[in-house]
Ligand binder design. Structure first.
Ligand code: AHR
Length: 843
C-alpha cells in the first residue's frame, strides 16, 4: 500500500492501426487527464481471435467499460466491413475470457458499450446510421434497432499524446481506482520476468568454466509411490510434412486417383488433376485429358482419359520424388480401366529406371468397353532403382479411361495389404508407444467446415474413399484411413486414440471465413453426433448386430479393435459455439458408451483464455482427460519444472500432454532440445497422478516436404533418420515404469539456481519386472558427480543396465545412446553424469 499514490486516475484503452490492427488492446493512464503514460510500453493485454491469421484477427476501435456484473467488458470492430462485433470480458483487465462475435446484421463500426442499470447497451455505426443492441448477461444480445444518436455522443474517443514516445493515440477514457492501473503495471512486470525466463539459454555466461558439480540423489521411500499410467508415452501421428501419402503409407504412385486439385495447395504450386503424370513417347493426336463422366465412384470423380493415335504412348507416373525399387522385390500393381472409344486392347505396365531401363513389365488383359474393371499384376524388380517411373502403355488405337493406378511393395509392415512402409513403421514400433493419436492436430478439425476430417470417408474400398485437401497444403488420398490406422495400432500393441472434430473447424480457418465461428449448423449436429457414435460401433461393435461393425469385419477385422479413448476437438477456440457442440458429443458418448474415455481440448498454449476456459469446461463436465499442447523454449522448460506440481489434485480431469517440443531459434533439433524434453519428462513422471499420457509432436517429416520443424523422425524415400529426440522418447517409453518412487536431490551447489534448474531426476519402479529405474538429466556444461543412495530399498542392487545419451556438445544432432552394464556393491553408487546428458540406470 503506497500512501503516495492517488485514489483514482484516468485510464485510456486504445489500439493502433499498426500491423494492420493486429496489435490488440493497449492501456495508458493519466493522473490529470493531460499527461498520459503508456502502460507496459505498448503491451497488448487482449488480442482478437476472429478468423484466420494474416488478413483477419484484427481489433479496431476497442471500447472498454465496467458492466453491471462488476466485470470489465471490451467490444471492438473486426474490420471495415464485418457484420459482427467482438466481445470479451475480464475480472481485472489482464485475464480475458472467451470471445464472442454477435451478429449486427450489417457492417459494424465504432462499437461503444455503456452500462445502464442491469443492462449493457451497445451502440454502433453502420453505413452512417446508428444502431443499438442490449444485453443482460453479455452472452445474448437483442437484435439491432436503429436509433438517433447525437454526433457528440457517437464518437466519444479522445486523442492524446503519450509522453513515453509512443506518439498520438485515440481511445476511450474513464476514471478508475489506482489499484486498477497498479494491477496492469504489475502484470506487465510479471510478464517481463516470464519473458526473461522463457528467453533463458541452456548455456549462460555464469556457467562458463564450471567445475564438476557434486550432488546426491536419495531414494527417500520405496513405499511412498504414485502409480504411473501404463500409457504414459505414446506417439501422435499427423499427416503433416508428407507423413502419410508419400511417407509411411506405402503407395508408390502419386495422385493415383487423379484427384489432386489446385485448391489442395491453395493454388500455390500449380497442382492439377494431372500432377505427377505425363505422357511419354506421344505423337500428334495422342492426348491425356481428365474426364468426369461415369467415374468409378462419386467420391473419386476424376480419371485419366487417354486418346491413342498410335500405339507406344505411355502414361507415366513419377511417384513421390521417384519410385524406389529393390532388386528381387515384388510389387502389387492394380488399376481400374474402361475402354471409352475404339476397340479394346491389352495394357502393358512397366517400371522404368532413371536411365530408361525396364526394371519390370507385365501385360494386363484388355479393358471392358463402357464398364470399369479392376486389374492386378505382380511386378518383380530385375534391378534396384531410386527414381523409377511407372508406365501404363495401351496397345490399341482409341480412347481408354484409367483410374486408381496403384503400386505397393509386397514388403509392407507385417505384410499388410494397402499397408505401411516397413522401415518407417518399424522405427515407430521400436519405440513401443502405448498409444497412437491420429489424424491430428490441425488435420482433424481442418481449415473450414468442408475440410473437417470425417472418419467415415476414410474407410471402405479405396476407390470409394473421399480424398481431401490436406490443411498443410497438399493432398490426402485417405488411403491410410481409420482401418489402416487401427490395424497399425493393433500390430504394434498401442491403444488407438482417434481425435474427431468437435463440430468446429480450426480456430484460424482461412477457407469459408470466420474461423471456428462457422461450426457445423446446429440443425446438422444430431447427424454429426451420430457419425461419432458410429465410429465407436465400427471399432468395437458386433458384426452380427451392427452395420458399422459389419463394415469392419468385411474389411478384414471381425474381432473388435477395443477402442478405449476418443479425442474430441483439437486446440479449439473455447467459445459458446464450441461448448454447445462439444457438450452434445460428450453427453451422447457418455450416455451410450460410458466405457469410452473422452479426451477434451484446452487450446494451443500452456496458459491463456482457451487453456483457462478449456479447463473450466472440462472441470464442470468432468471430462476424464484433456489434451494440452505447448511448444516452448529451453528457458520455459527449465523454469517451469513445477508446472504440474501446481495442478489441483482434487480435479477429476487428468492431463494428456498431446503435443509438446522444445523450440530453439531456427527450430533445429539436437541434443539440447532433446535433453530439455527429457528434463520435462522426469517432471511429468513425478506428476504421474496428474499427467497420464504424453506424445511429442510432430512425428514424421519427409525431407524437402517439411512444413514444420522440429520433428521426431526425418526420412526420404530410402532412409529413415531418427533425431536425438527420438532416442529420448524411446528411452522414456522403454523405461516408463509403473510407479514413481519418492526421492530427493541435494548438494551444496544446488543452492545456485542456475545449476539446480539444469539437473533433474526421477526414480520409478516397473512392478512387472521389479526393476528400479533412475533417470538423470544434466543440462550443465560440466560433469555432475552423482552419489546415488538407494539404501531405502533395503536390498543389494547388484548389476545395473546403464544407458548414457550424450554428444560432442549440446548442438550435436547425431548423439546416440550407449548401453553397458555396471556392478553395484551394496546400495550406493557414484555415477558421473557427463555434461549435456541423459543417464538411465536400470537396477
Ligand atoms: O503438431 C503440429 C501442429 O501443431 C498440430 O497440427 C496442431 O495441433 C498444433 O498447432
Amino acid at each position: 500500500m503506497h500512501t503516495s499514490r492517488p485514489d483514482s486516475v484516468y485510464l485510456m484503452s486504445y489500439t493502433t492501426p499498426r500491423d494492420n490492427y493486429h496489435l490488440g488492446l493497449h492501456f495508458a493512464y493519466s493522473p490529470d487527464g493531460e499527461n498520459w503514460m503508456s502502460i507496459g510500453n505498448g503491451r497488448s493485454y487482449l488480442k482478437s481471435d476472429f478468423g484466420s491469421w494474416g488478413s483477419q484477427k484484427r481489433m479496431l476501435t476497442p471500447w472498454v467499460t465496467k458492466g453491471h456484473d462488476g466485470w470489465w467488458h471490451c467490444v471492438w470492430s473486426l474490420g471495415e466491413a464485418m457484420p459482427v462485433f467482438a466481445h470479451s470480458s475480464s475480472p481485472n483487465l489482464t485475464d480475458w475470457y472467451r470471445q464472442s462475435y454477435p451478429d449486427t446484421k450489417g457492417n459494424c463500426q465504432n462499437p461503444v458499450l455503456a452500462t445502464e442499470g442491469n443492462k449493457g447497451v451497445l451502440t454502433y455505426t453502420s453505413e452512417g446510421k446508428h444502431y443499438r443492441m442490449t444485453t443482460t448477461d453479455y452472452k445474448t444480445w437483442t437484435s439491432p434497432v436503429e436509433v438517433n444518436v447525437a454526433k457528440s455522443e457517437a464518437n466519444t474517443y479522445r486523442t492524446v499524446d503519450l509522453n513515453n514516445h509512443l506518439g498520438q493515440v485515440s481511445g476511450n477514457v474513464q476514471r478508475v481506482a489506482w489499484s486498477v492501473v497498479d494491477h496492469l503495471l504489475k502484470y506487465h512486470d510479471h510478464r517481463v520476468v516470464k519473458d526473461q525466463q522463457n528467453g533463458e539459454q541452456v548455456m549462460i555466461p555464469a556457467l562458463e568454466g564450471l567445475k564438476p558439480v557434486e550432488a546426491r540423489l536419495t531414494l527417500t521411500s520405496p513405499v511412498k509411490t504414485k502409480a504411473i499410467s501404463d500409457e504414459l508415452i505414446g506417439v501422435f501421428f499427423e499427416d503433416i510434412n508428407y507423413a502419410a501419402d508419400g511417407g509411411i503409407y506405402a503407395e508408390l504412385v502419386q495422385n493415383r486417383g487423379f484427384e489432386y486439385d489446385p485448391a489442395d495447395t491453395k493454388g500455390r504450386y500449380g497442382w492439377s488433376h494431372t500432377t505427377a503424370w505425363s505422357l511419354k513417347n506421344a505423337t500428334e493426336g495422342d492426348k491425356f485429358e481428365i474426364a468426369t463422366i461415369d467415374p468409378i465412384h462419386e467420391n473419386n470423380k476424376h480419371y485419366a482419359a487417354l486418346t491413342i493415335s498410335k500405339p507406344g504412348v505411355a502414361l507415366a507416373n513419377e511417384g513421390f520424388d521417384g519410385i524406389v525399387l529393390k532388386k528381387g522385390d515384388k510389387y502389387d500393381l492394380s488399376l481400374w480401366a474402361r475402354q471409352l472409344e475404339g476397340k479394346a486392347g491389352k495394357l502393358t505396365v512397366r517400371l522404368v529406371d532413371e536411365k530408361g531401363g525396364v526394371v519390370a513389365e507385365k501385360n494386363l488383359s484388355a479393358p471392358a468397353t463402357g464398364k470399369w474393371k479392376k486389374m492386378n499384376a505382380v511386378l518383380i524388380a530385375k534391378s534396384d532403382a531410386d527414381k523409377a517411373q511407372l508406365q501404363v502403355i495401351p496397345s490399341m488405337v482409341g480412347k481408354v479411361g484409367l483410374d486408381m493406378v496403384s503400386l505397393f511393395p509386397q514388403k509392407t509392415f507385417k505384410g499388410r495389404k494397402n499397408g505401411l512402409r516397413a522401415d518407417l513403421a518399424q522405427i515407430l514400433a521400436d519405440m513401443k508407444p502405448r498409444f497412437v493419436r491420429f489424424p491430428g492436430g490441425c488435420v482433424s478439425h481442418g481449415d473450414g467446415l468442408h475440410n473437417m476430417y470425417r472418419w467415415v470417408n476414410t474407410v471402405g474400398p479405396l476407390e470409394a474413399r473421399k480424398p481431401m485437401r490436406n490443411i498443410w497444403n497438399y493432398h490426402q488420398s485417405m488411403g491410410l484411413g481409420f482401418y489402416e490406422y487401427f490395424q497399425f495400432c493393433e500390430d504394434i500393441g498401442a491403444q488407438p486414440l482417434p481425435v474427431l472434430p468437435a463440430g468446429v473447424p480450426c480456430q484460424n480457418s482461412s477457407v469459408g471465413g470466420h474461423g471456428q465461428q462457422g461450426g457445423i449448423p446446429m440443425e446438422d449436429m444430431d447427424e454429426y453426433v451420430e457419425e461419432i457414435l458410429n465410429l465407436i460401433e465400427w471399432a468395437n461393435g458386433d458384426p452380427k448386430k451392427s452395420k458399422w461393425a459389419k463394415m469392419r469385419a468385411e474389411a478384414g477385422h471381425p474381432k473388435p479393435f477395443n477402442l478405449k479413448y476418443l479425442g474430441i476437438g483439437n486446440e479449439d477456440l473455447i467459445t459458446d459455439v464450441f461448448e454447445v457442440r462439444f457438450k452434445m458429443i460428450f453427453d451422447a458418448v457418455k450416455e451410450i458408451y460410458p466405457e469410452i474415455v473422452v479426451v477434451g481440448t484446452v487450446g494451443p498454449f500452456y496458459e491463456g483464455s482457451d487453456y483457462e476456459e478449456g479447463w473450466d469446461l472440462a472441470t464442470r463436465y468432468e471430462v476424464p482427460i484433456v489434451d494440452e499442447h505447448y511448444y516452448n523454449t529451453p528457458g520455459w522448460f527449465m523454469n517451469n519444472q513445477d508446472y504440474y506440481d501446481r495442478y489441483d489434485r482434487s480435479k477429476k480431469t487428468k492431463v494428456y500432454l498431446g503435443e509438446y517440443a522444445t523450440h530453439i531459434n531456427g527450430r533445429a533439433t539436437n541434443l539440447q532440445t532433446a535433453l530439455c524434453d527429457a528434463l520435462h519428462l522426469t517432471n511429468v513422471e513425478r506428476n504421474a497422478d496428474v499427467v497420464v499420457m504424453t506424445s511429442y509432436a510432430p512425428l514424421l517429416a519427409k525431407e524437402h516436404h517439411t512444413q514444420w520443424n522440429p520433428d521426431l523422425i526425418y526420412f526420404n524415400n530410402t532412409e529413415v533418420k531418427p533425431t536425438v529426440e527420438y532416442f529420448v522418447q524411446k528411452l522414456f517409453s522403454l523405461n516408463s515404469g509403473t510407479e514413481y518412487l519418492a526421492s530427493k536431490l541435494t548438494g551444496r551447489e544446488l543452492w545456485n539456481q542456475d545449476i539446480r534448474k539444469r539437473i533433474s531426476h526421477s526414480i520409478v519402479r516397473d512392478e512387472k519386472t521389479g526393476d528400479v529405474i533412475v533417470k538423470l538429466v544434466n543440462l550443465l556444461p560440466a560433469e555432475v558427480k552423482m552419489d546415488i543412495d538407494l539404501s531405502a530399498l533395503g536390498e543389494q542392487v547388484g548389476i545395473a543396465k546403464r544407458t548414457i545419451l550424450t554428444g560432442k556438445d549440446m548442438n550435436d544432432r547425431h548423439a546416440r545412446p550407449v548401453d553397458d552394464t555396471i556392478e553395484v556393491n551394496g546400495t550406493r553408487l557414484q555415477q558421473a553424469l557427463p555434461a549435456y546428458s541423459l543417464t538411465i540406470l536400470r537396477f
